[in-house]
Design a protein around this ligand. Structure first.
Ligand SMILES: Cc1ncc(COP(=O)(O)O)c(C=O)c1O
Length: 361
């Protein structure tokens, strides 16, 4: 049953001309829409007070648990404008389900998927003018998140929690465009390990990855690929994206979901789309040695990283303290085919065979 949101339209909403100026060059995550959604959860009462309110700073008590113990989770998804002006979400229930998984790991309350999706739809509907035209792969990036807002300094699960949704019109994530990026491989810094929070989308994972990312920048790399921390026997994912290899014999290989990496929605979609394109999807453990030797020997000819924000970015090569590995397929032909197939679905340029799209406006 849909919930009724208390909608408080922003008295200082931007003019159409101001919105047009932002949409002409949105960058990534710099501008936010006029509104945000907020729902409160209180122990004993459950979820209550669903609201759409003007976008603006939060009022948090300095003792709020999220500020001290990082009890928070988030999601990342997009709304796409199709050529006929309609606005669509891509597999939003998958984000809602992953949000529940993250919440359970971080001792945050369960938010029903229906309410999650409705909250996203409320915001996209009221701020639909911020969903850019598709040209240049522009979209509206949506950030649902949940924070422990209770004012209490003891270490325990918060008894008051706030769920919020904000949105930002965006252009491409990588300023480089669809050029190959270089990836830094680290086994010095860990992002997640068995029993940790790697499969949850919680802020701490990203804070922990920054030191490695900056080491990567120093070596001319855009992102970092992590190795599992405890057993060090397998490649995992990048700081904010999943990773794929394409073999010379048409296998589309990605690390299996072992509980230490994020179950990416783009990853899952690529496995399905890749199969349709005649590739053989393979999810398995890959040691760093097999991964890098396979590139050097030409077993793996292309590599790419993927996620909602950056869609699919071809990888030119990997670097580490021990050397450098360049992919043979520098035209990224198969990667670009997969990329186009996913984008064509998202932007409604091809039939939605998998029933992944949900219309909002
Ligand atoms: C660590 C990590 N891995 C993978 C992904 C890709 O997930 P998705 O395709 O659902 O955006 C993301 C982005 O959300 C991420 O932060």
């Amino acid at each position: 049953m849909p919930v009724t949101f208390d909608v408080q339209p922003s008295p200082s909403a931007r003019t159409d001309a101001e919105v047009a100026e932002i949409l002409a060059d949105p960058g990534f995550g710099r501008f936010f829409t006029d509104h945000m959604v907020s729902i409160t959860w209180t122990k004993g009462q459950g979820w209550h007070s669903p609201k759409v309110v003007p976008y603006g700073p939060l009022s948090l008590d300095p003792s709020a648990a999220v500020l001290h113990y990082g009890q928070e989770i988030f999601e990342g998804m997009k709304a796409y404008r199709h050529e006929d002006g309609s606005v669509w979400l891509f597999r939003p229930e998958r984000n809602g389900e992953r949000f529940r998984t993250s919440a359970a790991r971080m001792m945050l309350p369960d938010l029903p998927v229906d309410l999650f999706v409705q909250a996203v739809r409320e915001l996209v509907t009221i701020d639909a003018r911020y969903v850019p035209e598709a040209a240049g792969e522009h979209s509206l990036y949506i950030r649902p998140f949940m924070i422990a807002s209770e004012a209490f300094l003891g270490v325990r699960a918060a008894e008051e929690v706030t769920f919020l949704v904000i949105a930002s019109p965006v252009g491409p994530y990588f300023a480089e465009g669809v050029k190959g990026v270089d990836i830094w491989v680290t086994d010095k810094w860990a992002r997640a390990g068995v029993g940790g929070t790697g499969a949850a989308k919680c802020g701490g994972n990203y804070a922990a990855s920054l030191i490695a990312q900056y080491e990567g920048y120093e070596h001319g790399c855009t992102q970092v690929m992590f190795i599992e921390a405890a057993e060090k026997d397998r490649v995992e994912e990048l700081g904010g994206m999943n990773v794929f290899l394409i073999s010379a014999d048409g296998q589309l290989v990605t690390p299996a979901l072992t509980g230490t990496i994020l179950d990416g929605i783009t990853r899952d979609s690529i496995l399905a789309v890749g199969e349709q394109l005649g590739l053989t999807p393979v999810e398995r453990r890959l040691s760093a040695q097999e991964f890098l030797d396979g590139i050097a020997e030409g077993t793996f000819v292309e590599a790419f990283c993927c996620g909602t924000a950056a869609v699919i970015s071809p990888i030119s090569g990997f670097k580490s303290e021990r050397g450098e590995w360049r992919l043979k397929g520098q035209d990224f032909a198969t990667t670009v085919r997969i990329r186009d197939a996913v984008l064509d679905i998202q932007y409604g340029r091809t039939p939605d065979r998998f029933d992944w799209l949900q219309r909002v406006v």
